[in-house]
Design a protein around this ligand. Sequence first.
Ligand code: XUL
Ligand code: CO
Length: 438
Amino acid sequence: MKEYFKGVDKIKFEGPQSKNPLAFKYYDQDEMVMGKSMADHLRFAVCYWHTFKGLGGDQFGGPTIIREYNSSSDPMQVAEDTMDAAFEFLTKLGVTFWCFHDRDIAPEADNLAETNKRLDKIVAKAKKLQDETDVKLLWGTTNAFSHRRFMAGAGTNPSPEIFAYAACQIKKAMEITHELGGVGYVFWGGREGYDTLLNTDLGRELDHLALLLKMAVDHKKNIGFGGQLLIEPKPKEPTKHQYDFDAGNCIAFLQKYGLMDHFKLNIEANHATLAAHTFQHELAISAANGLLGSVDANRGDLLLGWDTDQFPVDIYDTTLAMYVILKAGGLNPGGLNFDAHVRRQSIDPIDLFHAHIGAMDMFAKGLKVAAKMLQDGAFENEIKQRYAGWSGELGQKIEQGKVGFEELEQYILAKGEPELRSGRQEMLENMLNDYILG
Ligand code: XUL
Ligand code: CO
């Protein structure tokens, strides 16, 4: 078989002292952390759309990156060559999972039936490559946002015909995800939102979105797909307002439409930034509602107000994310999908390795720091003490619903001004630095 990443062998763990840019410094897949291997904790995934199909284009200019596997003039040959290159990359990197949109792996044909045939062909190839390697599918999804037919959304489109087309696409994408043994299936509401309320029936669009998701729940049952359905919140871009704005918004939506038992959330770091939240916040609110499903691991740029999808190399972010994830009991059946692309000037195939190695290392280091923080219990202890009053007589009466305003008024009138306690934020931030610097 043709080799696309020549000169790169399987990436090995060499430890923090290594100066080899093509070696892991912290990610040792078999190292045990809190009774589980690093590989099992982190469940890394490479995304097809950015890593293999991203060519450096942005709003101001076309592609800058030329990939050998894109060289054929036959689009299906390109699709096959890309799949070979992807599995070579995944195997050399030593990542267990991949993720894709239907349209990433096979280009659209002239009609839906032909497009689905193309998908079947490429899925058969992917299945064979999965069988020959240790690589598995984390999740599949539908691209119902790039084609012009979806300019006004998919499930929230004003036309029922476009809604129907989107349903067909999701049906097929769920089936191929099932065929490839996918652990999950993601709904990112590509253009499910609005650009102006002057032409939008917002309430109706939300009802339609819920109907589409209910159909997906039914179809999941029909085909016996056991994977987790996931919603990926994002506040804006491409539309001015995306309906799946943030985790809190998605939770309210799922509750309103009775979908809480069928979905979890796929939290993306850069989307949290765009929603003016921290990554940690979005993970924590999902976990607090039992809905932390999977993660799109990337980062934004605070100086650029758009979805830059950079590789996550900030040790604070990775540590705090892993801390929330460990506290929530881990990600399985989700994973950490690098929904990130190399920069426009990173034009060499080797840059894909540098990008993933750095991000995997920082999540591995973040995992180790977070595990130590959790095992020592220092932060948990501080939280416990901060809320200690709730284990006392008054706290228990309130929590058990045994008192109301009358009783509380009597209590405070008799007791007087409550005692205050420092939040100790600076001390805790210093403690976090101590753990990170180790
Ligand atoms: C878009 C985004 C998507 C989803 C999958 O911002 O994150 O790539 O992850 O559709
Ligand atoms: Co994403």
